[in-house]
Design a protein around this ligand. Sequence first.
Ligand code: NAD
Length: 283
Amino acid sequence: MAQVVDGKKLSEEIRTEIREQIEKLGRGRPRLAAIRVGEDPASKIYLRNKRRACEQTGLDSIQLDLPAEIPEQELLAQVQRLNDDPSVHGILVQLPLPDAIDPAVVASTIRVDKDVDGLNPENAGRLLANQPAHYPCTPLGCIEILDRHAVQIQGAAAVVLGRSEIVGKPVALLLLHRHATVTLCHSRTRDLPSVVREADILIAAVGRPRLVRADWIKPGAAVIDVGINRVEGKLIGDVDFEGAVERAQLITPVPGGVGPLTITMLLRNTLQAFEIQTRPDRS
Ligand code: NAD
């Protein structure tokens, strides 16, 4: 029977560490600015949770709510204004954006050292090159869960399902840099069950309810389920949790696994951004 990760408790522990670090710094508070465009209900909930998490850990947060019809140029001007505001240390533009706005253009506009979601291509390039940067929050949360449960990454066969810019690719790179042997799967991967059966570490980030069957899980594997799927009013992951829990060594539930870590990693990225931007030796 697997150990079931308590993402909320782990998150609380890390948030306490963040709060203590902010208190110790004694040179003001990190400030996170969030931009929401339009009225997406999931984004509203997510941003409310982010605001609460900031309050809880001693970060300042501000939020700009912009209308769905805003022209791209105007949104970019707002991002630029935050780039130039020295009181703002981290910027995030909540996705999804309206169809008329290109998220790649927005991500490229966010100043690299304020890009706490790690979506600017320069930060993505630094991740590729294994250089210090802001890395995307959900992948960082996955690694944090593995580390804090003493799962050995070095030498492990790690299988990642999903190749998005925000989860699949960056988590595969983080695992690779930690010396796992990484297989990155996607919608056109042939014979997914056989690939998954080899995984000592499985990261599922697809968005298909119970795609991963219990008998695909290698006995003793660590299973990180990033997927969030709403089925008959309930949230479930990409992994058949009830069956997989019998075979894995470690597994994250949905909800209450990876989710809480994502916001916590955003707080940590914002604290790091603050530390870099307010270093006494920075001219
Ligand atoms: P996405 O929709 O951008 O990408 C999905 C990926 O899955 C694609 O790369 C596609 O190739 C792959 N895929 C599709 N069908 C497949 C199949 N049958 N077998 C293997 N791969 C397949 O997804 P995303 O933005 O990375 O999100 C993935 C899931 O993670 C979603 O459920 C999302 O809600 C969730 N998510 C959770 C958090 C969190 O904080 N917990 C954060 C981000 C995303």
